[in-house]
Design a protein around this ligand. Structure first.
Ligand code: HEM
Length: 150
C-alpha cells in the first residue's frame, strides 16, 4: 500500500464513530449472514471476541505503515486460526464482511476508499495465511517423524 493510501485508511478509521464492539458486532453479523456455516466455529457469546477483534484491528491500523513490526504477530494469529477451523477461502469471505461492516459505519464512503480498505485487509490476511501455511507444514513434518524409515 502507498503511504497516501495508508493515510486515507487511518483517517477513515478515526472517523468511525463507534461504541465499543459495534464494528465487530456488525462484522460478525455480516459474516454469518453470508456464511452461516462458520457460526459453529465461534463461541455462543461473542462479547469477549468482539473486544479482542476490535483491539487487534486498532493495533493493525495503527501499524499499517510498519507492517514489518506486526507481520510476526499476524502470522502467529493465522497459525492459531488453523486450530479454530479457518480455511483460506474463509479469509476472503471475512475480508468482504469486514469491508461491508466498515462501510456501514462510515459517514463518507466511495469506491476509492472501499478499494483502499480492501487492500488494507488483504495486507492483514496475507501474513495470517502465511502463518497458517507454516502451521500446516509443521504438522506434516511432525507426522513424518512417525513413519519408520523403509
Ligand atoms: C481479517 C481477518 C481476521 C482477523 C484480523 C481475525 C482476528 C481474530 C482475533 C483478534 C481473534 C481473537 C484471538 C484471541 O482471543 O486470542 C480471533 C478469533 C477467532 N477467529 Fe478470527 N480473524 C480473522 C479471520 C477469521 C476467519 C476467516 C475465520 C474463519 C471462520 C476466523 C475465525 C475465528 C475463530 C473461530 C476465533 C476464535 C473464537 C474462540 O475464541 O473460540 N477468523 N480472530
Amino acid at each position: 500500500m502507498t503511504p497516501e493510501a495508508i493515510k486515507l485508511i487511518k483517517a477513515s478509521y478515526a472517523q468511525l464513530t463507534l461504541e465499543p464492539r459495534q464494528l465487530a458486532a456488525r462484522f460478525y453479523e455480516e459474516l454469518f449472514a453470508v456464511a452461516p456455516n462458520l457460526r459453529r466455529l465461534f463461541p455462543d457469546d461473542l462479547t469477549i471476541l468482539q473486544g479482542h477483534f476490535e483491539a487487534a484491528l486498532a493495533l493493525i491500523v495503527r501499524n499499517l505503515d510498519e507492517m514489518h513490526a506486526i507481520r510476526e504477530p499476524l502470522r502467529d494469529l493465522g497459525a492459531q486460526h488453523v486450530h479454530w477451523g479457518a480455511r483460506p477461502e474463509d479469509y476472503i469471505t471475512a475480508r468482504e464482511a469486514l469491508v461491508r461492516a466498515i462501510a456501514s459505519r462510515s459517514a463518507s464512503w466511495d469506491a476509492s476508499i472501499e478499494q483502499h480498505w480492501r487492500q488494507a485487509v488483504t495486507a492483514i490476511i496475507i501474513p495470517m495465511l502465511e502463518g497458517a501455511a507454516v502451521q500446516t507444514a509443521m504438522t506434516a513434518v511432525r507426522l513424518s517423524t512417525e513413519i519408520e524409515p523403509l
